[in-house]
Design a protein around this ligand. Structure first.
Ligand SMILES: Cc1cc2nc3c(=O)[nH]c(=O)nc-3n(C[C@H](O)[C@H](O)[C@H](O)COP(=O)(O)OP(=O)(O)OC[C@H]3O[C@@H](n4cnc5c(N)ncnc54)[C@H](O)[C@@H]3O)c2cc1C
Length: 397
């Protein structure tokens, strides 16, 4: 089977890994010139932990794992208003047991597939036909049995095969950015977050190697459309002007960050994930925003299930249908926003900010603890099947 995967983020290479094991000939086309660095620490939770173990990359992840002691909400002077230690929910709380910088995970997945998969950087799909003919920006035309859109929230493949973004992408009235800054030296391995009035949230997370990852997010009724990097930086600087805490340092470091990333916070919902030979995986098909905290886990699990079902099925269409059946409940749970959604994440007024801090202090206490625990059990809402086709190939090497 010849498979083309558009997108070399998390979902794309994870799928390529498994499809190669199942005997497929796999090409990944990635728009960026190399694996994209950057991104906050992402969580590998629940069933996704089983996937990375089966892939044999658990140790590689362990060497890059972020040692985070917990998450704390602070005020403008840095005083703690509430804190959630990492072990509060047995390693499955807001800070998960496996936290790894997104860029490190992308690099590990690239390295796990580089020798066996035809990676093509700096290119993208420009057209598709129902027969499986694919046209590339670089000028090639090739035929594939299956084309996978694993190219993120604004998937190019989805746009070509399913329709315009507005039919599937729901903006939630907020923007977020992530970028690397020098480690301030006093985080003591805690992820700190400051809510400023006006729906603005600043955060800083420890990472390895003398740096930290900053985030700046804000709510807005405006939609800014396409902005270049300079415009994004100018917008964030204006929005966070005169915000206290560590924010002036973060703003100063932002223009020099090697991995500045900025995006609108958007959900993706697609009713049927396959059309003809084309199938969607990861954020391209289902995304609950970074607030839901399940994007990476759903991508890893989705890749395993899609590969397993394709390998077990007689036709791609049969495999696609089984993939959606297996994943449906897990995705329905994993794309749910936490209670209060964007409003609670980035409250506008001081009263709601205090309420957020209070609810954080109560999280470890009955009855809140049980309610919050429910949020994290969704990571377990699927039982991984043991796909013989993947296992046999794996034991063969
Ligand atoms: C640079 C970056 C930083 C991120 N930071 C965070 C974060 O801090 N926290 C968080 O929760 N989530 C973050 N995300 C999103 C997170 O990676 C995903 O939610 C999740 O891991 C699902 O992965 P995915 O592979 O479906 O999508 P992504 O990781 O977004 O990967 C999609 C890939 O497709 C490529 N691509 C896009 N369009 C095309 C095209 N037309 N043709 C070919 N390739 C294309 C992109 O360059 C990217 O490499 C980030 C994504 C990126 C790209």
């Amino acid at each position: 089977m010849r498979v083309l995967i558009s997108g070399g983020g998390i979902a794309g290479p994870a799928l390529a890994f498994w499809l190669h094991r199942a005997g497929a000939e796999v090409t990944i086309v990635e728009r960026a010139p190399e694996p994209r660095p950057g991104g906050h620490a992402v969580d590998v939770r629940g069933a996704a932990r089983g996937v990375v173990e089966r892939m044999g990359i658990r140790d590689a992840i362990r060497t890059h794992q972020v040692d985070e002691r917990g998450w704390a909400m602070v005020d403008a002077r840095g005083k703690r208003l509430g804190a959630m230690p990492a072990d509060l929910f047995g390693g499955e709380g807001i800070v998960a047991e496996i936290e790894i910088a997104r860029g490190d995970l992308a690099r590990i997945l690239y390295e796990a597939t580089a020798a066996d998969v035809d990676w093509r950087f700096g290119d993208q799909v420009t057209d598709l036909t129902p027969e499986g003919d694919v046209f590339f920006a670089g000028g090639r035309r090739e035929r594939y049995d299956v084309v996978v859109g694993a190219d993120g929230v604004r998937s190019g493949v989805r746009k070509l095969a399913f329709g315009p973004h507005r039919e599937f992408v729901q903006p939630l009235g907020a923007y977020g950015s992530y970028f690397t800054v020098p480690d301030p030296g006093d985080l003591d391995n805690w992820f700190e977050m400051y809510n400023a009035p006006g729906g603005r949230v600043a955060g800083i997370r420890p990472e390895r190697g003398g740096t930290a990852k900053a985030s700046l997010s804000f709510r807005t009724k405006e939609q800014y459309g396409r902005l270049d990097r300079a415009q994004q930086i100018a917008l964030l600087s204006a929005k966070f002007d005169k915000v206290g805490w560590r924010v002036p340092d973060l703003l100063r470091a932002m223009p020099d960050a090697p991995d500045f990333y900025f995006d609108e916070v958007s959900k993706v919902t697609v009713e049927r994930w396959a059309r003809g030979r084309v199938v969607l995986l990861g954020d391209a098909g289902y995304c609950g925003t970074p607030l839901a905290g399940m994007g990476t886990s759903m991508s890893l699990v989705g890749a395993y299930v899609l590969a397993g079902e394709l390998a077990a099925a007689k036709t791609p269409e049969e495999g696609f249908a089984a993939y959606q059946r297996e994943m449906a409940d897990y995705v329905a749970e994993g794309t749910q926003l936490p209670p209060g959604g964007v409003e609670m994440f980035a409250p506008n007024g001081r009263f709601m900010i205090r309420l957020r801090a209070l609810s954080m202090r109560m999280m470890g206490v009955w009855p809140m603890k049980g309610m919050v625990e429910k949020q994290f059990t969704k990571a377990e809402a699927i039982t991984l099947k043991d796909y013989g086709q993947l296992r046999t190939q794996m034991s063969n090497g």
